[in-house]
Design a protein around this ligand. Sequence first.
Ligand code: AMP
Ligand code: ZN
Length: 137
Amino acid sequence: MKENCIFCKIASGEIPSKTIYENHEFRVILDINPASKGHALIIPKEHYNDIYELPEEVAGHAMILAKKLAAHMTKVLNCDGFNILQNNGEVAGQTVFHFHMHLLPRYDKDGNQDKLCFNHLDLSQEELEEICQKLQQ
Ligand code: AMP
Ligand code: ZN
């Protein structure tokens, strides 16, 4: 547990939360500032700042849990689609520096953009090739 980490305190139960699921490794809570009805967060009970620190085994379990909850939540909430999001670093929108995955049920006309809102770059074939080669290393 990391001192002064709000998600460590929530995961351990020290701070109460709207918990929808819990096991030995994770607590899943409703987001306090939901982007849609049912917006939830998968929070590991151990502290990892972000995906770079997350052990592969925990990452695997988190994804399996996300898959199970997506199915369960879709059935119970009767939502029309589902986003699974995960932010790393301030520049990528991370505001709580304890790894978490967003489970975001989506509804027809829920007021959010259909597509997550990113600008699109107009890269040349040469630039794409350069990036591709760098990433293959
Ligand atoms: P991120 O921007 O990916 O770091 O997401 C952090 C999320 O945590 C935001 O959606 C917040 O609304 C949510 N959040 C922050 N504090 C709490 C809290 N005490 N209980 C539940 N959700 C929280
Ligand atoms: Zn923490």
